[in-house]
Design a protein around this ligand. Structure first.
Ligand code: UDP
Ligand code: MN
Length: 349
């Protein structure tokens, strides 16, 4: 027997044992200490922790028959389907909705759709809700959160099983820009107050729109934004980012990935809370400095998403205006589209 070798193995065993002890002590402490701290905390902190875990939980699928993904056959050759930070860009043809529905169903996913209908914009609610019933997250648990100053004018739209509507009465503002911007503040406030306890994901949408094709769980992810239909082919210098350094929304000309639309974004409640709070605080700061970003909340959303990269990006299928842009062949589906609105007639009213 080789004694040195033996003593070497002995030392090795001792080393491994010491390592295991250290690992157990280190991780045991790491795992236990935040939990024991949480014991004394209000329920919100615990549920935030649990909810974040739920979103990432892996599910076990049962047998399904579907066409095989082919490594040598790209799903789309005509458009970018992945960002440089490896977030999928969601286009028709890139996903199998049956697989996704199964995964999100198994997680019992609850989705909140926030929409603001302040002053005359309550007129848009009926079509918005009726078309959402046909196309938005069909088969999943949905809560419509309607923020309005005119609760009596919220239309009664029949809702499918597992779906309900909550009216949240809020104040209005004279300028439409202020109505639009204060959405960030309200979503942030209500995220803390109730969304965190009621839903897993939030989808934040403009009301002057309708759903005209499938919008489902393929959009859900920790943080998502939507490509503005007017800029998906443009270079970053042409994006209408805020260009004045005085504003918190400022983005220099040599930066920028995409131009995102303020009218459709979302993610897990925790992420949306973070985004809306940050954008609201940036707008408060701008106001104190006597500046308003060129495209209001949308400018701040773009700044936020530049430095907090979204985990999914929705193609302009999810934000289109047929009147302005027609129907180019790369758009296989038009899913969420602008409803014509008479600006004079409806704004600041
Ligand atoms: N909004 C509202 N009442 C108003 C102005 C705006 O409810 O008086 C809400 C509504 O949800 C609307 C969103 O803010 O969809 C953004 O405003 P708008 O759609 O007019 O902006 P645009 O899409 O034209 O930039
Ligand atoms: Mn709009």
């Amino acid at each position: 027997m080789n004694l040195r070798g033996g003593s070497k193995y002995y030392l090795l065993h001792l080393g491994v044992l010491l390592f295991i002890v250290l690992v157990v002590v280190f991780f045991g402490y790491g795992l236990l200490s935040p939990r024991s701290q949480e014991m004394g905390e209000p329920e919100a902190v615990t549920s935030m922790f649990v909810e974040e875990l739920n979103v990432q939980e892996v599910v076990t699928l049962s047998r399904m028959a579907y066409s095989q993904p082919k490594v040598l056959t790209p799903s789309r050759k005509d458009v970018l389907v992945l960002t440089p930070w490896l977030a999928p860009i969601i286009w028709e043809g890139t996903f199998n909705i049956d697989i996704l529905n199964e995964q999100f169903k198994l997680r019992n996913t609850r989705i909140g759709l926030t929409v603001f209908a302040i002053k005359k914009y309550v007129l848009f609610l009926k079509l918005f809700l009726e078309t959402a019933e046909q196309h938005f997250m069909v088969g999943h648990k949905v809560i419509y959160y309607v923020f309005t100053d005119r609760p009596a004018d919220v239309p009664q739209v029949p809702l499918a099983a597992g779906r309900r509507l909550v009216v949240l009465t809020v104040r209005n503002y004279t300028r439409w820009q202020d109505v639009s911007m204060h959405r960030m503040e309200m979503i942030s406030l209500f995220s803390e107050r109730r969304f965190l306890h009621e839903v897993d994901y939030l989808v934040c949408a403009d009301v002057d729109m309708k759903f005209s094709d499938h919008v489902g769980v393929e959009i859900l992810s920790a943080l998502f934004g939507t490509l503005h239909p007017g800029f998906y082919g443009s270079s970053r210098e042409a994006f209408t980012y805020e260009r004045r350094p005085k504003s918190q929304a400022y983005i220099p000309r040599d930066e920028g990935d995409f131009y995102y639309m303020g009218a459709f974004f979302g993610g897990s409640v925790v992420e949306v809370h973070h985004l809306t709070k940050a954008c609201h605080e940036a707008m408060v700061e701008d106001q104190a400095n006597g500046i308003e970003a060129v495209w209001h909340d949308e400018s701040h959303l773009n700044k936020y998403l530049l430095y907090h990269k979204p985990t999914k990006v929705l193609s302009p299928e999810y934000m289109w205006d047929q009147q302005l842009l027609g129907w180019p062949s790369i758009m296989k589906k038009l899913r969420y589209v602008a409803v014509p609105k008479n600006h004079q007639e409806i704004r600041n009213k």
